[in-house]
Design a protein around this ligand. Structure first.
Ligand code: PLP
Length: 431
């Protein structure tokens, strides 16, 4: 994977494809007609197993109606637990520690309201200024709900000039005054992958609870939660897990904490055997399942179920290996073909493989948003993140090396011909 083992020729990309692992997996996905889809870090594509799992549930709804909860094959009542168990291996957790439920932001509220117990002298929450907006909104509102001022109690670790948030900076912020830490595993803009193990050990030494938003890593980066015991984690299923738009998210809760009272309680968190007694005393099940709240959306969970089969079959280690090779190749091409005038792209993503997630972020001082729109016009699907970033996520499941090479060529053409200057500088409502 040394960059000197790559070359820029189109034929070289085809040679990489001939030797690529997981080549056959692409056929399980529906690639939108006429597109090069390089946005699996935002919404993963539909696969044949997801389609068939969703249509199975539709049939069950039609034929079994309410009986589907116990008579669906498999029964809907344990769907969230089943998916949690299926996903546990790829994050290195025990089966009961993972549940498929809620949404990313909702689960942050649920986790923070469970774990954040501010006391005199230990009331701060540490997060990263470059984390996703919704995570920070949730933290601010959780602090406000306690009748406290987030301006005083929320510490946002700032990135450096290279837009990296170093472990050192984070550790400096985690002092004995910190009650809770919430960090991304991979930053959504830069694709920087944090050393979660190191930060967790530091937080625990300081007596703080620590959790991670792994939305940008699960499905493309393996985790080993068992090895370093974070207190909680959560992640969405519509990016690298290909569960479908708005598909249910996941929570990991370290088994040490199963006895804690869920901060946000609901009847699906009750012990299954007595849930339908409908007693007014909530008895949460001693597993991550205890943090479920409402009836699970079975149709959208089915999308997750189908895609998980593919990912488990492929194996998360193999997925990571191919992802790193793809992003290394892309970085090589950016260095060779997109840096310097007139292209002027800078790489924001760390070059070290162990510090990198599944996408590559390129910044450009001017017109990045218009270049991304021009790419869309050509059927190359990427996205723009303010102020100046284009993200490219070659999926090891359904992208090819040839597509990576092609995208770089298309960016060059758009700049060479000035095509992007004909695109309105107005950003669309979704960029
Ligand atoms: C890191 C991160 N956290 C939270 C969210 C918000 O997710 P949701 O809309 O599922 O709450 C996103 C959405 O892309 C995200 O990337």
């Amino acid at each position: 994977m040394q960059s000197n083992s790559f070359s820029t020729g189109m034929e070289f990309s085809e040679e990489l494809d001939r030797r690529a692992s997981l080549r056959e997996v692409r056929d399980l996905f529906k690639i939108p007609d006429g597109t090069i889809y390089m946005l699996g870090n935002s919404l993963g594509l539909l696969s044949a197993p997801s389609r068939s799992a969703v249509s199975r549930v539709l049939d069950e709804w039609e034929n079994l109606a309410i009986k589907g909860w116990l008579e669906g094959e498999p029964p809907w009542f344990w769907m969230a637990e089943r998916l949690g168990k299926a996903a546990a291996g790829m994050v290195g957790a025990k089966n009961l520690e993972v549940i498929c439920t809620g949404s990313t932001t909702f689960n942050i509220h649920s986790m923070v309201s469970t774990f954040y117990k501010p006391s005199h002298g230990r009331s701060r929450i540490v997060a990263a200024a470059d984390d996703f907006s919704s995570d920070i909104y949730a933290l601010k509102s959780q602090i406000s709900l306690k009748g406290m001022d987030w301006r005083e109690h929320l510490i946002l670790v700032q990135p450096d000039r290279r837009r990296q948030t170093s472990e050192e900076r984070i550790e400096q912020a985690i002092t004995e005054e910190v009650a809770l830490v919430l960090l991304p595993s991979v930053f959504y803009r830069s694709s920087q992958l944090l050393d979660m193990e190191r930060i967790t050990a530091h937080a625990h030494r300081k007596g703080a609870i620590i959790g991670f938003d792994c939305s940008h890593s699960v499905g493309v980066v393996p985790h080993r939660f068992d090895d370093f015991s974070p207190d909680f984690a959560l992640w969405c299923s519509y990016k690298y897990l290909c569960g479908g738009p708005g598909s249910p998210a996941f929570i990991y809760i370290n088994s040490e904490h199963f006895d804690l009272e869920p901060g946000v309680a609901g009847w699906f968190g009750n012990v299954k055997e007595t849930q339908f007694d409908l007693r007014l005393d909530f008895e949460h099940t001693r597993s991550a399942g205890g943090w479920q709240v409402s009836s699970p959306g079975i149709l959208s969970a089915a999308g997750v179920e189908g895609a998980l089969e593919i990912i488990l079959d492929a194996g998360i280690e193999r997925i990571r290996e191919k992802s790193l090779k793809m992003t290394s190749y892309l970085i090589f091409l950016v260095d060779q073909l997109l840096s310097g005038e007139p292209y002027d792209f800078d790489l924001i993503t760390p070059r070290e493989p162990e510090k990198r997630g599944g996408h590559v972020a390129l910044s450009r001082k001017h017109d990045a948003s218009r270049i991304k729109e021009a790419l869309h016009g050509r059927g190359v699907i990427t996205d723009f993140r303010p102020p100046d970033i284009i993200r490219l996520a070659p999926s090891p499941l359904y992208n090819t090396y040839r597509e990576i090479r092609e995208v770089v060529e298309q960016i060059r053409e758009i700049i060479d011909t000035g095509e992007y200057l004909r695109v309105s500088p107005e950003r669309k409502i979704i960029s």
